[in-house]
Every structure is written in structure tokens, then in C-alpha cells.
Ligand binder design. Structure first.
Ligand code: ZN
Length: 102
């Protein structure tokens, strides 16, 4: 089970943005990658087309899921997540404070 969801706050564990936090914008489950807003920005050169000028566009490059960790909204720390079962639902909970992270 994938432990990350869109809109989760994650902290980056490796690479040039190590230690930064951001919100998950996209999950590429098949590739085990995530796109995090404001993290891992790369410049892409675009050729000019008929209706758009060319130039350098800054885009967020996907990060490997193993390089980010969920931040617990309650204790604000990178959280190890455990799965708790409540009724029929599998929920994520912070191992530190026990907070269920929806
Ligand atoms: Zn917590």
C-alpha cells in the first residue's frame, strides 16, 4: 500500500532540496515517484511555437518516493507511518503521536 496521498506534506530526505518541505501534487504510482510543489525545480528550455514564446520554464521534476517522508500534521515531524484499521478502513497513523493522518 502506498503511504502517500495528494496534498500530503512531505519532507525531502535526499538531493538538492534535502530538508525542505512541500505538498504532494502528483503521485506516479507506477514509477514510484512523486511531484512535490516547490521541490526539485529544474529549468526546461522550450522552443517557441506559434502562439507561445519560447524560453526557460521552471518545472518540478518528480522525486523518488523513497526520497521523501510524510510529515505528521500534528507533531510536525517526519513521521513513520503505521496502518491502523478502523472498522473497514485502513488508516495511516503517526508512530510518534498516534495521530491518524487522513
Ligand atoms: Zn505525529
Amino acid at each position: 500500500m502506498l503511504k502517500l496521498k495528494k496534498k500530503d506534506t512531505v519532507v525531502v530526505l535526499a538531493g538538492k532540496d534535502k530538508g525542505k518541505k512541500g505538498e504532494v501534487r502528483e503521485i506516479m504510482a507506477g514509477k514510484m515517484k512523486v511531484v512535490v510543489t516547490g521541490i526539485n525545480i529544474v529549468s526546461k528550455h522550450k522552443k517557441a511555437s506559434k502562439d507561445k514564446p519560447g524560453g526557460i520554464h521552471k518545472v518540478e521534476a518528480p522525486l523518488s518516493i523513497s526520497n521523501v517522508q510524510l510529515v505528521c500534521p500534528k507533531c510536525g515531524k517526519p513521521a513513520r507511518v503505521k496502518i491502523t484499521i478502523q472498522g473497514k478502513d485502513k488508516l495511516r497513523a503517526c508512530k510518534k503521536c498516534g495521530e491518524v493522518i487522513i
